[in-house]
Design a protein around this ligand. Structure first.
Ligand code: ADP
Length: 220
């Protein structure tokens, strides 16, 4: 079993979501204990994670024997099987894992997961759907919304800003958004400075209240 250092994470349910989380954690240098009840999936992941075990995560005794209670962080990627998802989160909470991240497929599913002990609930499909809607309807090239009504977007610079310095464009006063980064054609992103001149064809990273960022991307 992997050591239980602060960088180690247990990932339960190695489907599309849990698998992607586990893969990225390994790439980021973390040790990952993967658990799945499906023998074929365990086989597929055996040489990609630190340890992979075939077990039913709703079985409290099995989880204890694997030492899951010694991990400070767990990710539950079981989504479609509601009962298994809820019972797994409950099991982890009962054995004392403090940081439980769990995937939900509906709002009510998410509420249940929170109430049985998930500290973080993720809605991959609806969050990605919302993000894609922003990308296909506006001029946004990328978009991230935080749950406190704050967003960051990557947008083509508006016509009104071209040829002027960021200080002169007064985008903050006019639109309520702050330019945090700017990408000139063929160059890397750089921090925005008041004296930076906006050339034609450049890309801005803007931050602000969700509604203001949306308005800026739609109307400029
Ligand atoms: P995704 O849509 O991200 O692929 P799924 O819900 O389809 O997610 O995948 C869930 C994974 O969780 C599957 O690999 C399945 O074998 C596993 N799983 C389901 N129930 C349990 C359980 N009780 N214990 C451990 N793993 C489970």
């Amino acid at each position: 079993k992997p050591g239980t250092g602060p960088d180690n994470v247990v990932v339960i349910g190695l489907g599309r979501f849990g698998g992607a989380v586990a893969d990225s954690l390994v790439n980021l240098g973390h040790e990952v204990l993967g658990i799945d009840s499906n023998a074929h999936i365990v086989q597929d992941w055996s040489d990609r994670l630190t340890h992979v075990v075939e077990a039913d995560a709703t079985d409290t005794e099995a989880m204890r024997q694997l030492g899951v209670q010694d991990f400070s962080r767990a990710v539950v990627g079981i989504g479609t099987h509601l009962e298994a998802s809820v019972l797994t989160v409950l099991t982890l909470a009962e054995i004392g894992v403090p940081e439980i991240w769990a995937k939900a497929i509906s709002v009510k599913h998410g509420k249940i997961l929170s109430s049985v002990g998930a500290r973080h609930v993720i809605f991959p499909e609806s969050e990605m759907g919302e993000r894609v809607a922003h990308l296909i309807t506006g001029r946004m090239l990328d978009y991230i919304e935080f749950d406190d009504g704050f967003a960051i977007a990557k947008v083509r610079s508006p016509q009104e800003a071209i040829g002027r310095t960021l200080a002169d464009t007064s985008l903050r006063t006019k639109w309520g958004v702050t330019v945090v980064g700017i990408k000139l054609p063929g160059e890397d992103f750089t921090y925005a400075r008041p004296e930076t001149v906006v050339p034609p064809g450049c890309i801005l990273i803007v931050a602000g209240d969700t509604s203001k960022v949306e308005r800026f991307a739609a109307e400029t």
